[in-house]
Design a protein around this ligand. Structure first.
Ligand code: C2E
Ligand code: CA
Ligand code: CA
Length: 412
């Protein structure tokens, strides 16, 4: 008898409930699954003891069971774990119905629990982490103290990774609090860097770039990566978009506003509302390819209605190794932004020049334009201009600045 039959035997962590574990926890998951299989039991789990309750951290099961799920929190006074640690329940119960203290516990009958093995997990410091448990619905008279020894060995093996996992979780919690604080304070601030026509020197548009003034000091891409890691990436990006859009009225016509957007933000469906009321023919969305691989069609679908009403698309960081020609052909961006690493060598490296020339030809023949990023000196600006690149952006023209300062720079 199993708790419930799945269509096919399912042997993953977290079956049918909760969120999948972080990648870093995969090693713990694998060890837990190996132990459960070795014992031939239906469910294995690790609980972490908190001051007054325990939290189920990892679960492995070979059938759809919803008795224990990751994230579940149970008072320490309920169930077996605290009693096992106290010695009120034996660590090995080959037949739980024969243990009076166990039969007095409600879920022995309701789950039901026929067999149960549980051992404490102690960290290297000696601190009690929680328990490692496996159970099944039927008694298992074949289980011996030797099996318990195996459990103890596994508990020792797991102590290191669990300690690391707990430390990682603390960092995530701290990061989440920082990002939530940033969102509550309406961060980020926006600075603006002009994109200029390489032939005339006139500004074509402004790229909005985020700046975070609160600690910790880190570049914007790290802020967005940290936010994404704690599930707040889209919120933080939206905050940046809203803050940029709020300044739109002060961007001189006919300049466009170029906004950085991850594929996740575009797919979220929140972008259109954030852009509402803005002259969309003056909005460019810069998308990087770092994270778009297999969700390409979804991205195109999400972009289509916005592009239909005039929003333009820029492929950011082209030539950086992320952007594939296939993506370029499928997405057909109106703008192709050459990665700033190319600017350092474009005046002398033949391969880079060939790549730029090829992209310019592609752009000319498909009705798009190439913009070079990271133009720091006249040599790079000239080289790009000679290669037929339309726009340039970089310290040579202007640094990213608060809008009023950027405007004053444009006027000069
Ligand atoms: P990016 O979109 O490729 O932005 C260009 C980066 O190059 C900016 O760095 C800009 O300040 C920098 N830069 C401009 N001119 C030059 C130059 O001449 N030389 C050099 N070496 N660098 C130059 P920043 O502002 O630190 O932003 C870094 C990245 O963070 C951005 O790369 C973008 O991926 C991300 N980011 C910034 N703001 C936002 C935002 O509001 N939303 C999202 N999703 N990402 C953002
Ligand atoms: Ca960009
Ligand atoms: Ca870029």
């Amino acid at each position: 008898m199993a708790y419930a039959e799945a269509d096919s035997p399912l042997d993953t962590l977290n079956p049918h409930c909760g969120r999948p574990p972080a990648e870093a926890d995969a090693a713990i998951a694998a060890v837990l699954t190996a132990l459960r299989k070795h014992l031939g039991l239906d469910v294995g789990f690790i609980s972490e003891f908190l001051p007054d309750r325990r939290r189920i951290r990892f679960v492995t099961a070979d059938a759809t069971q919803t008795v224990v799920c990751p994230g579940m929190e149970i008072p320490l006074s309920e169930g077996y774990c605290q009693r096992i640690v106290d010695g009120r329940l034996p660590e090995l119960m080959a037949d739980a119905s024969l243990v009076p203290e166990a039969t007095a516990i409600e879920f022995t009958a309701s789950v039901p629990v026929g067999v149960h093995l549980g051992v404490p997990i102690r960290l290297a410091s000696g601190e009690l982490y929680g328990t490692l448990c496996c159970f099944g619905p039927m008694p298992r008279p074949d289980l011996r103290p030797r099996d318990l020894e195996v459990m103890r060995a596994f508990a020792e093996i797991l102590a290191g990774p669990l300690s690391a996992s707990r430390a990682a979780e603390m960092i995530r919690n701290r990061d989440r609090a920082v990002i939530e604080g940033a969102l509550a304070g309406q961060a980020p601030n926006l600075v603006f860097q002009p994109i200029v026509d390489l032939l005339s020197g006139r500004a074509l548009g402004l790229e909005g770039l985020s700046r975070f003034t609160l600690p910790p000091v880190r570049p914007p891409d790290e802020w967005f990566a940290a936010a994404e890691a704690v599930g707040l990436g889209v919120e933080l990006e939206l905050s940046a978009v809203r803050n940029a859009i709020a300044l739109f009225a002060r961007i001189p016509e006919p300049l466009y506003l170029s906004l950085n957007c991850s594929p996740a933000l575009i797919r979220s469906g929140h972008l259109a509302a954030a852009l509402a009321g803005t002259p969309l023919s003056r909005v460019v969305l810069e998308v990087t390819e770092h994270s778009m691989v297999d969700d390409f069609e979804q991205l195109q679908q999400a972009l289509a209605p916005m592009r239909a009403v005039g929003v333009r698309l820029a492929m950011d960081d082209a030539g950086a190794g992320f952007s594939s020609l296939q993506h370029l052909m499928q997405l057909r961006p109106e703008l192709i932004k050459l990665d700033l690493t190319l600017a350092r060598v474009v005046d002398r490296d033949l391969t880079t020049r060939a790549l730029v020339a090829a992209l310019v030809t592609f752009a000319n023949e498909t009705g798009s334009q190439v913009v070079a990023e990271g133009v720091e000196d006249l040599r790079a600006a000239r080289a790009y201009q000679e290669l037929g690149v339309h726009g340039g952006q970089g310290y040579y023209f202007a640094h990213p600045l608060p809008l009023e300062e950027a405007r004053r720079g444009l006027a000069q």
